[in-house]
Design a protein around this ligand. Structure first.
Ligand code: ADP
Ligand code: ADP
Length: 232
C-alpha cells in the first residue's frame, strides 16, 4: 500500500543541514496497522509527512496505492492525497466552523456536490459516534470528541490509508483506549490501512500489527507485534 524506497529528507537549520530522515526503506502492507515508534526528534513525523509528500523527499521514492508521488506536480498530488487521510495530536480543527463544517471541508475542496456532501458528513459522524454533535463548535467538545471529528474529516473522502501523528498523546488513558477502538474499527470495517506515529509502546501493543523503530533519522527495524495475551 505504501512503499518508501531509500527516502531521505534534510532541513536547513542555523547550525547547517540536519538529516531528519536518512535513506529509509519501508513497506506498509494493505490492511495493516503499522506503528512508528522512537524518541522525540527521531524523525517519525517527518517520515509520516513523507508518506503523503507533505514533505518532498531529497532522494528516494514514495509510492502509495500504486501511484508514484515523489515528483508529481502539486495539483495532481492534491488529488492523489484524497486517498490518504491524516490526523494529528492537536486535531487541527477549524474553530469557526461547526463539527459538520469541519468534516465537509475536504469534500468541498474535492468538489463533491452539496447533497452527497451532506450524506457523507452524516455517515462519517455516525461512524465516529458524534451524529448528535453535528451543529456544535469545536470549543464545545472534549479532547476525545475533537479527535473523533478530526477522524471523521479524514474519512470524508473515503481514503485507502489513514496517517496518524501521535493521535492519542494529548488524551487521558480511557479516551486513548476509545480512540484506538475507533481506529481499529476503521481498519476492520472499512479496510483502511493505518500508520500510527507514537512514542507510546502501549499504543503499539494495543492495536499495531507491525512496528518500525526510528532513531536519529534511521529506521532500525520492522517487527511483527505479538497479539494481546489471551484473557487480557
Ligand atoms: P519526531 O516526530 O520523531 O519527534 P520529527 O520528524 O518531528 O521527529 O523531527 C526530526 C528532527 O527534525 C527534529 O530534531 C526536528 O527538530 C527537526 N525538524 C523537523 N521539522 C523541521 C523543520 N521544518 N525545520 C527544521 N528542522 C525540523
Ligand atoms: P493546538 O495545536 O494548540 O491544540 P488546535 O488543535 O486548536 O491548537 O488548532 C491546531 C491548528 O488548527 C492551528 O494551529 C491552526 O493551524 C489550525 N486552525 C485553527 N483554527 C483555524 C481556522 N479558523 N482556520 C484555519 N486553520 C485553523
Amino acid at each position: 500500500m505504501i512503499t518508501l524506497h531509500q527516502v531521505s529528507k534534510h532541513y536547513i537549520t542555523s547550525s547547517g543541514p540536519f538529516h531528519a530522515v536518512q535513506s529509509v526503506s519501508l513497506q506498509v502492507e494493505e490492511g495493516e496497522i503499522h506503528g512508528i515508534i522512537g524518541a522525540s526528534g527521531a524523525g517519525k513525523s517527518t517520515l509520516l509527512r513523507l508518506m503523503n509528500v507533505l514533505e518532498r523527499p531529497d532522494e528516494g521514492n514514495v509510492i502509495v496505492n500504486g501511484e508514484e508521488l515523489t515528483r508529481m506536480p502539486e495539483k495532481r498530488l492534491r488529488e492523489s492525497r484524497r486517498s490518504i487521510g491524516m490526523i494529528f495530536q492537536h486535531y487541527h480543527l477549524v474553530h469557526n466552523r461547526t463539527v459538520s463544517g469541519n468534516v465537509a471541508m475536504p469534500l468541498e475542496l474535492a468538489g463533491v456536490p452539496k447533497k452527497e456532501r451532506a450524506e457523507r458528513v452524516r455517515e462519517c459522524l455516525q461512524f465516529v459516534g458524534l451524529a448528535d454533535k453535528a451543529e456544535q463548535y469545536p470549543a464545545q467538545l472534549s479532547g476525545g470528541q475533537k479527535q473523533r471529528v478530526a477522524i471523521a474529516r479524514a474519512l470524508a473522502n473515503r481514503p485507502a490509508v489513514l496517517l496518524c501523528d501521535e493521535p492519542t498523546s494529548a488524551l487521558d488513558p480511557q479516551t486513548t483506549a476509545d480512540i484506538l477502538g475507533v481506529l481499529r474499527e476503521i481498519n476492520r470495517e472499512l479496510g483502511v490501512t493505518i500508520v500510527i506515529v507514537t512514542h507510546d509502546m502501549d499504543v503499539v501493543r494495543s492495536i499495531c500489527t507491525r512496528v518500525s523503530e526510528m532513531r536519529d533519522g534511521h529506521l532500525l527495524s520492522t517487527k511483527r507485534v505479538a497479539g494481546p495475551a489471551v484473557g487480557s
